[in-house]
Write a protein that binds this ligand. Structure first.
Ligand code: AMP
Ligand code: GLY
Length: 423
């Protein structure tokens, strides 16, 4: 079948790589893609949120399935756009409906959903410009640090964790009144701070049944020892060594099952990935966020560990027959290290020639911010390459990734040398 994948990051390169291993995928387009997807599929220059252009392309090329990588098109309602269009309604979209995508698109919606379905999460309050004073009073009832979250999508930057009460009050005003994160912070969720280690759980669902994918942990800070600014993610490890059978059972029974049941009870159509961000507080898993897509760079370790046919799984999702297929996982560990442009996540330069990819052995190089100019692969974003390796344990896998990163070169290249340090 002909498949269209939307997105352009390392996540999409990993999804494309895996889908192309299926006999069921005869042709794969990626919009807009990167140099990595260009080498294995066909890139097309369409924005993932330009639904009219996507429609024209899908009809013209007889695309038979659309797989959505990033959250923006999902929150903007691509699932409903297809469903409500006579010419498109029989073409499955792998992703939630617009309502389902609100689990990521609105922190308040997600919190209401969690509370309604009795899923463990931090206590919270939700405030607007009109209730600023109430919000500041609410902060006084909490102990530091204070967690402030812009309600809407803010490209991963909308969460502030602040030690000082007065500063937290000032930031709350900044967000609500001065629109620090634009429209996204016209509402702010204030949460109780949860102290523990983070991990992520990934679920594929057809809206009724579900499959739990391997666990993963990412490293969000730019600096070694988890210091400095937040990034999209600087590396990831799967499985998470501390996620033992007891913890996984709690995650499934208290979080995954009630989430999928909750979607069904609330009549929310959902045929795609759910990425559940968790904090393990004294061995009690609690939800800190939902995302309605796979994580990046977590995909670059989770997807390589699936031995099942991903396209078959997607077809089962589309047909609501996920309970009839099995999901097989490679027992080895997988790790990925992100190689980024110097300066990221702040200002950085693009267009730097990348060399050495062809010398990598025993690791997989997934491209993120890259493009090809006159046959030369150059940098085209902050996060540039994700170097994934397998190993009998995560240490062995990490070592392979670092050995191969030594062969890569571009001007001002940076990567964290301590991925997995805390495990
Ligand atoms: P989010 O965008 O909701 O994932 O938040 C970004 C990051 O903020 C998370 O990965 C956590 O590290 C942190 N965080 C969010 N909510 C809380 C919380 N209630 N307690 C402690 N840390 C949090
Ligand atoms: N790595 C975190 C995310 O994809 O949101």
């Amino acid at each position: 079948m002909t498949i269209l994948l939307l997105g352009s990051g390392g996540r999409e390169h990993a999804l494309a790589w895996k889908m192309l291993q299926s006999d069921k995928c005869s042709k794969l387009f990626v919009a807009p893609g990167n140099a990595g997807t260009e080498a294995i599929a066909k890139n097309i220059n369409i924005s993932p949120t330009d639904f009219e252009a996507i429609k024209n392309f899908v009809l013209q090329e007889k695309v038979e399935m659309v797989v959505v990588g990033p959250e923006d098109p999902l929150v903007a309602g691509i699932y409903d756009f297809f469903k409500n269009d006579e010419a498109l309604q029989n073409i499955p979209v792998i992703g939630p409906s617009k309502k389902g995508a609100q689990l990521e698109g609105s922190k308040e919606f997600a919190k209401e959903f969690l509370v309604k379905h009795n899923i463990p999460t931090a206590a919270y309050g939700s405030f607007t410009k009109e209730t600023l004073e109430k919000g500041q009073k609410f902060l006084e009832t909490l102990s530091p640090p204070y967690v402030l979250k812009a309600d809407g999508l803010a490209a991963g930057k909308g969460v502030l964790i602040i030690q000082d009460l007065e500063e937290a009050k000032a930031e709350l005003k900044n967000m609500l009144v001065d629109e620090k994160f634009g429209q996204a912070s016209s509402k702010v969720v204030i949460e109780e701070f949860l102290d523990g280690i983070e991990l992520s759980c990934f679920v594929l669902t057809d809206g009724k049944s579900y499959k739990i994918l391997p666990t993963a942990k990412d490293y969000k800070r730019i600096g070694e020892g988890d210091t400095g600014l937040n990034t999209g993610g600087m590396g990831a490890v799967s499985p998470v060594p501390f996620a033992d059978a007891v913890l996984l059972e709690k995650i499934e029974n208290r979080i995954v099952k009630p989430t999928i049941d909750g979607l069904q009870k609330d009549g929310i159509e959902y045929k795609g990935f759910v990425f559940i961000g968790l904090i393990n507080v004294k061995n009690e898993p609690m939800v800190i966020e939902y995302n309605v897509r796979m994580g990046d760079p977590e995909t670059e370790v989770v997807i390589p560990r699936l031995t099942s046919d991903l396209v078959e799984l997607f077809l089962a999702v589309a047909d609501e027959k996920l309970d009839q297929v099995s999901l097989e996982v490679d027992p080895r560990s997988a790790t990925t290290i992100m190689v980024v442009s110097g300066g990221y996540p702040e200002e950085y330069e693009k267009g730097k020639a990348i060399s050495g990819i062809e010398n990598v052995t025993d690791s997989i190089v997934f491209h993120a911010g890259t493009k090809t100019v006159d046959g030369q692969v150059v940098t085209n974003g902050g996060r540039v390459l994700a170097v994934t390796s397998y190993g009998d344990n995560f240490k062995e896998a990490i070592q392979k990734s670092y050995q191969n990163i030594d062969k890569l070169k571009f001007e001002k290249m940076y990567f964290r040398k301590d991925i997995g340090f805390d495990l």
